[in-house]
Design a protein around this ligand. Structure first.
Ligand code: ADP
Length: 371
């Protein structure tokens, strides 16, 4: 069961062909600086051919779709109607859904004989408890405009929480978990017995943790103030909050390896960026500990979470009174596989687990095909 997984973003198309059952990756890559999705997908197909993957061997194409809105969350075979609906959700995810629609459209043209399946990033959070999902705003406005916390990176939070249970050889439904997905985009989730009970991203992927270029949480008053006092347009503000904020906005850098180098060299902006990032992360960890009552396991994943021992140390240091104790030797070992980094005596187990959204998408596609 080989599935081609496509993640069509605003400037790149990531692709991977995987066997859904074995998890073996047959071919993967990224086409960058995409302006023409038709050309980008032809490039993908050339790469598949060069890697000896024949499209005849594929059983489906899985597409990552960021926002499913209120109605779509289960993985679904894409027809013209579903594609039009995903397109209509563009105002909710202006940076993410339009490129996904373009990618899907071109892929369907190039591979018309295969089922194309949408896997939504919001799915895992569809059943958040109302107390977590609802914003405390005028109820009529919220209902009329479908305003709620949708949550994103759901494929990763689900996959990583399942892998954590496998790693611990414990039933998923027995575990209270916190998952920290720290990549360019970053989000946290609290998971009780396999079910998400809160997550840091909201109506859009802008809320929550400090990210590479996104601000995360801020006072909504800032937006009104910038509009009124600074004369910025909605587009100006959106661009600033999405592309010129976060670690980059504060420290002029998105790559954490460079950020650390600059901190070490005495750069005050870089230090501030790092401190604000860690402060927010600790705040969410504390909030989720309070929601869960206790955490059996805290798992770091994605580019920063998997690789940055300093971020992991600074996120969890000094929390032994809350049952969290890292083993610094395990934490700083440069391994790339799923591993424990907490001390043996730590009541909360801390793990690093590489995420694999592509595999999770391929498996979701296989499940759809198997009905
Ligand atoms: P996304 O999928 O959201 O684009 P990734 O999960 O690939 O992002 O994470 C990208 C981030 O991971 C970048 O901020 C980069 O700095 C960070 N990163 C990658 N490798 C390392 C490393 N060895 N040490 C620290 N940070 C790293």
């Amino acid at each position: 069961m080989s599935v081609l997984v496509l993640n069509s973003g605003s400037s790149s198309v990531k692709y991977q062909v995987l066997e859904a059952d074995s998890g073996r990756s047959l071919c993967s890559g990224i086409v960058e600086r995409v302006t023409d999705y038709s050309a980008a997908l032809r490039e993908v197909f050339d790469a598949l051919t060069a890697a000896g993957v024949h499209t005849d061997d594929l059983v489906a194409v899985g597409h990552r779709v960021v926002h499913g809105g209120r109605r779509f969350y289960q993985p679904a075979v894409i027809d013209d109607e579903l594609l039009a609906k995903i397109d209509e959700l563009a105002p909710l995810a202006p940076l993410h859904n339009p490129p996904a629609v373009l990618g899907i459209r071109e892929a369907r043209k190039l591979l018309p004989g295969l089922p194309h399946i949408a896997v939504f990033d919001t799915a895992f959070f569809h059943d958040l408890p109302a107390a977590a999902a609802e914003y405390a705003i005028d109820r009529e406005v919220a209902e009329r405009w479908h305003i709620r916390r949708y949550g994103f990176h759901g494929t990763s939070h689900r996959y990583v929480s399942e892998q954590a249970a496998l790693f611990l050889d414990a039933p998923l439904d027995s575990l209270n978990q916190i998952v920290l997905h720290l990549g360019n985009g970053a989000s946290a989730s609290a998971i009780a017995g396999g079910r998400a009970i809160d997550t840091s991203m909201g109506l859009t992927p802008m809320e929550g943790l400090v990210m590479g270029t996104r601000s995360g949480d801020l006072d909504p008053g800032i937006i009104m103030y910038l509009w009124r006092a600074a004369g910025m347009t909605v587009e100006d503000i959106e661009t600033m909050l999405n592309r010129r904020s976060g670690v980059y906005g504060l420290g002029g850098e998105t790559d954490f390896r460079e950020l650390h180098k600059r901190v070490d060299a005495g750069d005050d902006d870089a230090r501030l960026a790092y401190e604000v990032y860690i402060h927010r992360l600790r705040k969410y960890i504390g909030a989720y500990l309070a929601l869960l009552g206790r955490a059996d396991v805290i798992t770091f994943t994605a580019g920063v979470g998997e690789n940055d021992a300093l971020v992991r140390r600074d996120a969890l240091t000094g929390l032994s009174s809350l049952g969290i104790e890292l083993d610094e030797t395990l934490n700083s070992a440069p391994e790339r596989v799923a591993r424990r980094i907490s001390a043996d005596k730590s009541p909360t187990t801390v793990l690093v687990i590489p995420t694999n959204e592509e595999l999770a998408i391929a498996r979701a596609c296989a499940a759809v095909l198997e009905g």
